[in-house]
Design a protein around this ligand. Structure first.
Ligand SMILES: [Zn+2]
Ligand SMILES: [Zn+2]
Length: 335
């Protein structure tokens, strides 16, 4: 059976229909019939070969929701007909120190769903069963795809760094990642401050769960929140006035950056010492943390805010992601 996908054949090219023969299904792999696939900024970066690891023809798509239609003989915990999700990673070695510790997302041999393999802008996609996670029935399937990349990227730090419901937290950026962070942290019980360079996003930020809004280009407004936050999650991929955000932290506070900022970071170190503060980063999350996030979403009736677009309008959707920087996720739907 041929898989029907959308691929770019050269750097910066347009997506065009592309069919390929997938070969034999691996013993530990599952084959997913794609229903929905979110569009992540990393799909754009990979399309343009910004990270020098794109192989053409390139099929983007790593926020997949679909139905398992085939599985290898060693896959025991998943069944055909089951609705599942697949995110940035599609396999990891399962025997290194990190996989054995449950930190599969830190595996040095982890393989990206769109790195050296064909992703989810397709009618079908395959992955190692470890990274294919059942989707709870309570979660809207058309909105769930972005949880598997953007969602877990902002959920994982909350778990890793033991953010507490009594904490006062900040979220920088109200885009694909930031809007999910606002929903999670609000449901987690925190007092949430949204930081955005667009004052026009205040209303949206408050609707997503922010208690306070700070216009990040206003130095005086930033100054006013000095020493007030326990945890700040930065979701943007641009260089910022990091020292101002470190200053916004309380003692023992942490600035955690999940956006691919160009950096390097020039931090004044004295405030880091005197306030015992931390600056950190993290990639996505493990399969167990993804399952935990999904259970949390089901319990609190949370889902990303999405706009569903037909697969054949994928080029238009890509352009809008770049030009409009929407405060929600665009999701492609199979007809
Ligand atoms: Zn992504
Ligand atoms: Zn490993």
């Amino acid at each position: 059976m041929e898989f029907n996908a959308y691929a770019v054949t050269e750097t910066g090219g347009k997506l065009k229909p592309f069919s390929f023969e997938p070969g034999e299904l691996g013993e530990r792999e599952v084959q997913i019939r794609v229903e929905y696939c979110g569009i992540c900024h990393s799909d754009l970066s990979m399309t343009n070969n910004e990270w020098n690891m794109t192989q053409y023809p390139f099929v983007p798509g790593h926020e997949v929701v679909g139905i398992i239609e085939d599985k290898g003989p060693h896959v025991k915990h998943l069944d055909t007909g089951q609705r599942v999700g697949l995110g940035w990673y599609s396999s990891s070695c399962l025997h290194c120190e990190w996989c054995m510790s449950g930190d599969h997302n830190l595996c040095p041999s982890a393989v990206g769903t769109i790195v050296g393999r064909y992703g989810g802008f397709a009618d079908r996609v395959r992955a190692d069963a470890t990274w294919v996670i059942p989707l709870p029935g309570e979660i809207d399937r058309s909105a769930a795809g972005p949880l598997f990349c953007g969602g877990i990227t902002v959920f994982n730090p909350i778990v890793q760094h033991h953010v507490r419901p009594t904490d006062r937290v900040g979220v920088i950026g109200i885009g694909g990642l930031g809007h999910m962070a606002l929903r999670f942290l609000h449901a987690w019980g925190c007092e949430v401050t949204a930081f955005s360079s667009s004052p026009s996003k205040e209303e949206q930020a408050r609707a997503l769960g922010a208690d306070h809004f700070v216009h990040s280009m206003d130095a005086r407004a930033l100054n006013e929140v000095a020493g007030s936050l326990d945890f700040i999650l930065c979701t943007v991929n641009v260089d910022l006035n990091w020292n101002a955000y470190v200053a916004a932290l309380r003692p023992k506070g942490r600035l955690h950056i999940v956006g691919a900022v160009p950096g390097p970071l020039a931090l004044e170190w004295f405030p880091m010492l005197s306030g015992q503060k931390s600056v950190s980063g993290s990639p996505l999350g493990s399969p167990a943390t993804i399952a935990r996030m999904l259970a949390f979403c089901a319990r609190h009736d949370l889902a990303p805010k999405v706009e569903v677009i037909a697969f054949d309008r994928v080029n238009e959707a890509f352009e809008r992601l770049e030009s409009e920087k929407p405060a929600h996720r665009l999701v492609l739907a199979q007809g």
